[in-house]
Write a protein that binds this ligand. Structure first.
Ligand code: SAH
Length: 257
């Protein structure tokens, strides 16, 4: 899968992509990341990429022309103009695990990072095919958003995580939050690892993990339970949790204990 990222600050992203799983995914040929400086596509002696907004109001707006040139050059290099052109913007569709899975099925994504007040509206209207927001807050630029999208999408590609890190048990992938993890030592500062995880009893471990995922989701994101795929056993466990909660409420205990 190929990602082309258009930004005024390619160096901001370089470091992130040079480490860990994203680096290995590139080395193994699962993904290719191309960073483009929008300035390289600007014309004129000064290669101007942003100008004040018409109508006043302060701030700067990224000009349409260099962005169109950059996207068209990437499309011709890839040999297709069908790839999604994604604008990172706080006004976009909220990015979710489901979006990451859907995008992971595409062979090529073009990600456009805005800055300052944003991009000229004609870019959004006539060039961009999809708008993505990484959350309800305003950042100084789209670079963090592009990193978020590349990271979450790459993690979904076959073979990127390897068997032991498989993404199918991750939070959201199952419709639930994932339960807790423990690693060595068995006892840290007198806090032991739950004995079931050391029992070697696979079926019990699987059941415990499912129940802890249900418990976490119920406590932190009960909204997810409305759409999660739940077995009869899961529902029974949730009913027990709810009953326990009622008891704790009556006794005035901390629900997370
Ligand atoms: N004036 C704009 C915000 C500009 S923020 C508005 O009110 O909508 C500058 C740039 O940062 C944006 O062009 C966008 O690329 C990026 N950005 C800011 N917040 C973002 C978010 N939540 N998700 C994705 N990109 C964001």
């Amino acid at each position: 899968m190929r990602f082309d990222i258009l930004t005024l600050f390619p160096e901001m992203l370089e470091g992130y992509f040079k480490h860990s799983i994203i680096l290995r995914a590139q080395e193994a040929g699962h993904i290719k990341i191309e960073l483009h400086n929008i300035r390289d596509y600007a014309s004129g002696k000064h290669r101007i990429t942003d100008e004040p907004p018409f109508g006043g109001g302060g701030g700067m707006v990224l000009k349409a022309e260099p962005i169109f040139s950059a996207v068209e050059s990437v499309q011709s290099d890839f040999g297709s103009s069908d790839s999604p052109v994604i604008l990172l913007t706080p006004q976009g569709r909220p990015f979710t695990q489901e979006s990451a899975v859907a995008l992971a099925a595409k062979p090529h994504l073009i990600l456009l990072c805005g800055r300052y007040e944003g991009v000229d509206e004609r870019v959004r209207r006539y060039l961009v095919t999809e708008e993505i927001s990484i959350g309800d807050y305003v950042l100084t630029g789209g670079e963090l958003g592009a990193m978020v999208v590349v990271d979450a999408v790459t993690r979904q590609l076959p073979d990127v995580l390897g068997a032991e890190g498989a993404a199918d048990e991750d939070s959201f992938s199952t419709g639930l939050l994932e339960g807790p993890h423990y690693t060595r030592p068995e006892t840290f500062r007198s806090w032991p690892v739950p004995s079931v995880l050391r029992s070697g009893h696979e079926a019990n471990i699987k059941r415990w993990r499912r129940e802890e995922a249900l418990r976490r989701t119920w406590l932190r994101r009960p909204d997810l339970l409305l759409t999660a795929d739940l077995s009869e056993g899961d529902k029974l466990f949730l009913a027990v949790l709810a009953a326990e909660q009622v008891r704790k409420d009556l006794e005035g205990e901390d629900p997370d204990s």
